[in-house]
Every structure is written in structure tokens, then in C-alpha cells.
Design a protein around this ligand. Structure first.
Ligand code: AMP
Ligand code: MG
Length: 274
């Protein structure tokens, strides 16, 4: 069975996050095999991206969401390394600026949706507006609960305009998060990443899981599916994400455009030239 089938949240269904094991590794055959497959997938992704760029008919948008230390940066580093920086852009969504706050929540998002021929990667996304915003009651329930529908309509509009959307929730356990945060405390190369929020947010774990449960069940659609990636094991996480990207891009049936120039004429001219 395709990885994308296995891990997709079926539209209209609940993901039931509490029943999905973050340490699962379905279909994987050990660490070494996973590492080799990721390498193979990243090479394939590079070829597919080249084709996407050549064709310039559609864009690919990859949304990555996770709890703190869930592996968003890691996935971007390990899986997206194969992509050519020309034609690929990563956007990290932070607390909205004063200017962003004066607009609707999708304003800053729409501006950075990839153009035809490009791959866009969102490190966090418009989903923060139904996650952190809901958990911390930054807007009223009326406001956030209307957003699921607004997000679906927005993503449907993008899909109808040739944006292929894939959304990954990197699902880690609370225990794994604790382990990673403690490792960070001891790692001089990672200490800079630590914020008070990483630790205080742990108190809201269950609220976040409830918010994710709703976001994934309401916003996994045929035009923009959510995938729940078991992410306690980093190698499996990278394998699953890279495989789903390859499966999706292969399904796009892209073709190199026909050359617009008369190649035979050019060949003759070139051959006969000095
Ligand atoms: P990091 O990804 O660690 O750099 O942290 C970014 C922070 O910005 C996280 O704590 C997010 O929850 C927060 N953030 C992102 N988008 C929003 C938003 N729309 N409203 C409030 N906070 C946000
Ligand atoms: Mg953080």
C-alpha cells in the first residue's frame, strides 16, 4: 500500500490522534534501509522538481506542523536538501507582526504561496490560527471556529489554480518531546533554539492535541489532504514524508514542454558554422 494512503487522514474522518502510535514505523525495514530510501527519494524529488520548473504549470505547497521539537526543522533539512534552491522557498510563520495583525489571517499566507513551477514549504502555517490561537484564546470561539471553513475554501481555491497541497503533521509523543527538549538543554549547538514557551506550552499538551484533532478532521480534504506522520523515530519520519512527496509529484503527470524553437534548423546552422 502506498505510504500516502496509509497515513492520510481520510476526508470527513477523524484522525484519532490518541490511537495513532507516534513511534510506529509501518512498512519500514530498519534504520539503514530507511536512510537509503530517503536518499533515493530526495534524488527523485530533485528530478521531479526540475520537471515542475520546466513545465511551469503548477506549484507544490508543503505544509509542516508539529509541536515544539516535533522535527519541523529536521524534516526541512533532511528531506528538502535535494531540492534546487532556485524554485524552492521555505517560509517560517512566527507570531504575526503588527501589520499582519491588521489584516485577515490568510493575508500573510496568500502572499507567499508558491508560483507555478515552484515548491513552497511552510514551517508552521495558517493552521497556527486554529491551534495556538485557539489554545490561548487569542480570539473568540466564534472567530476561530469559522476558520476551518475559511481555510478549506482558501485551499480549494489554490488547488483549482494548480497548487498541489500536502500537509504533514509530525506526530510525536509527549515523552519524546521531553527527551528532545532535555537534549537541547545539554547541546550547545541547540541551546539557541530554546524558548520559555517550549517548556510552558507543554502544560497545554492536551489542549493542543484537541485542537490538532479538530483541525485535521475538519481540514483534510480531497484537494488538500493531511498526513499524520509518526515522528518519534526521525529516520521513519523522513522516510514517510519524502515518500509521500514523491508519490504525489509522480501522480501529477508532468511533461517537459515541447521546444518552441525549430531544433533541426538550429542543428544544421550550428553544424555548418565555424
Ligand atoms: P518557532 O517556530 O519556534 O520559531 O516559534 C514561532 C512561534 O510563533 C510559535 O510559538 C508559534 O506558535 C507562534 N505563532 C505562529 N503563528 C502564530 C499566529 N498566527 N498567532 C500566534 N502565534 C503564532
Ligand atoms: Mg520553537
Amino acid at each position: 500500500m502506498k505510504m500516502s494512503k496509509k497515513l492520510m487522514v481520510l476526508p470527513g474522518k477523524k484522525p484519532k490522534l490518541d490511537r495513532r502510535d507516534p513511534a510506529a514505523t509501518p512498512g519500514a525495514e530498519g534504520k539503514q534501509a530507511a536512510v537509503e530510501l530517503v536518499e533515493k527519494h530526495t534524488k527523485r524529488m530533485a528530478a521531479l522538481q526540475y520537471l515542475l520548473y520546466a513545465e511551469s504549470k503548477r506549484a507544490v505547497l508543503i505544509v509542516i506542523q508539529a509541536m515544539d521539537a516535533g522535527g519541523k526543522d529536521g524534516v526541512i533539512r533532511h528531506v528538502m536538501t535535494g531540492l534546487n534552491p532556485q524554485g524552492c522557498k521555505v517560509t517560517s510563520f512566527k507570531v504575526p507582526s503588527a501589520e499582519e495583525m491588521r489584516h485577515d489571517f490568510l493575508w500573510r499566507v496568500h502572499k507567499v504561496v508558491p508560483a507555478a513551477g515552484e515548491v513552497g514549504i511552510f514551517n508552521r502555517s495558517h493552521y497556527e490560527d486554529v491551534l495556538v490561537v485557539r489554545v490561548h484564546k487569542l480570539v473568540s470561539k466564534d472567530v476561530w471556529s469559522a476558520r476551518y471553513r475559511q481555510i478549506n475554501a482558501f485551499e480549494e481555491m489554490l488547488a483549482q489554480n494548480n497548487v498541489t497541497i500536502l500537509k504533514f503533521f509530525l506526530h510525536i509523543s509527549r515523552g519524546e518531546q521531553k527527551k528532545r527538549l532535555i537534549e537541547r538543554l545539554d547541546d550547545p549547538t541547540k541551546q539557541w533554539k530554546i524558548s520559555d514557551a517550549d517548556f510552558s506550552e507543554r502544560r497545554y499538551w492536551n489542549d493542543y492535541m484537541a485542537a490538532y484533532e479538530d483541525a485535521l478532521s475538519q481540514c483534510s480534504t480531497p484537494w488538500a489532504p493531511w498526513y499524520v506522520i509518526p515522528a518519534d523515530h526521525k529516520r521513519f519520519r523522513d522516510l514517510a514524508v519524502s515518500q509521500i512527496i514523491v508519490e504525489t509529484m509522480e501522480g501529477l503527470d508532468m511533461k517537459f514542454p515541447k521546444p518552441s524553437a525549430d531544433l533541426e534548423k538550429i542543428r544544421t546552422t550550428l553544424v555548418n558554422s565555424v
